[in-house]
Design a protein around this ligand. Structure first.
Ligand SMILES: *Cc1c(COP(=O)(O)O)cnc(C)c1O
Length: 229
């Protein structure tokens, strides 16, 4: 049987090693387990192994799992593309949203966040290496978006999220530059602390460039099978 706990230990060891090489505190990087396409049982097993943050891309699939696992103390992160008509369900069921790249989406999330829940944690997705077919705002638009989004009452603006093209490690450093430039320009942003970047194949270079949250699927759960979905 595939040993999820062992897989998690190996990924954590890789994170610690990358932190050591980069002379960073190993507690400065959070492991986000990307559980899309994997069943609730696998998430439960990963939870038992100590994992608390889980990322999902597909809303319907995620809502089913969130309901099944509602007794567990899980922080759910929405990391997929956000359609306008999906913001209400996302605002109601998730703690974090990583893929915000337009003000209208952030505004809807803020308006639709239930008043009895803490503010929704949001990262702005940036198309850092300006790939043609990718989501994310243009790097030049980040400052304006920060300025607009930080004023929303039910949003905690936490940082940036990027998905560079494979092998394009320089983009991680570009993202870090932008992340620091925002911090310098908006020193009153209390919670600007998250640089969401790095996946199974590139978490080491992402951590070298300052990632504070790596989003890891395959290296934790094994290969994804999309045939049944
Ligand atoms: C699927 C996905 C991941 C995880 O990718 P792996 O290569 O399986 O680690 C990370 N981030 C986003 C946005 C994803 O969609």
């Amino acid at each position: 049987m595939y040993d999820l706990s062992k897989a998690r230990q190996q990924v954590l060891a890789q994170i610690y090693q990358a932190c050591e090489t980069a002379q960073r505190n190993d507690e400065s990087v959070t492991l986000l387990a990307v559980s899309k396409t994997h069943p609730s049982d696998a998430i439960h097993a990963m939870y038992t192994a100590g994992q608390r943050d889980f990322g999902e891309n597909y809303l319907q699939e995620a809502l089913t799992k969130i309901d099944t696992l509602k007794a567990l103390d899980i922080a759910w992160h929405f990391i997929g593309h956000i359609q306008r008509n999906k913001t209400k369900a996302i605002a109601e069921h998730f703690s974090w949203v990583h893929g915000v790249d337009r003000f209208i989406i952030a505004e809807r999330l803020s308006n639709q966040r239930p008043a009895d829940l803490p503010a929704l944690n949001v990262c702005i997705q940036v198309n850092i290496d300006q790939q043609e077919s990718k989501d994310g705002c243009h790097p030049d638009d980040v400052m304006l978006l920060v300025d607009q989004i930080q004023a929303l009452p039910q949003i905690h603006l936490r940082g940036l999220m990027v998905i560079p093209a494979p092998g394009h490690d320089q983009a991680f450093f570009d993202a870090e530059q932008l992340f620091k430039a925002v911090a310098a320009r908006y020193p009153y942003l209390q919670m600007w602390d998250t640089l969401s970047m790095g996946m199974s194949g590139d978490l080491t270079p992402a951590i070298a460039a300052g990632s504070t949250m790596v989003r890891v699927g395959t290296a934790l759960f094994g290969a994804r099978d999309y045939s049944s979905s």
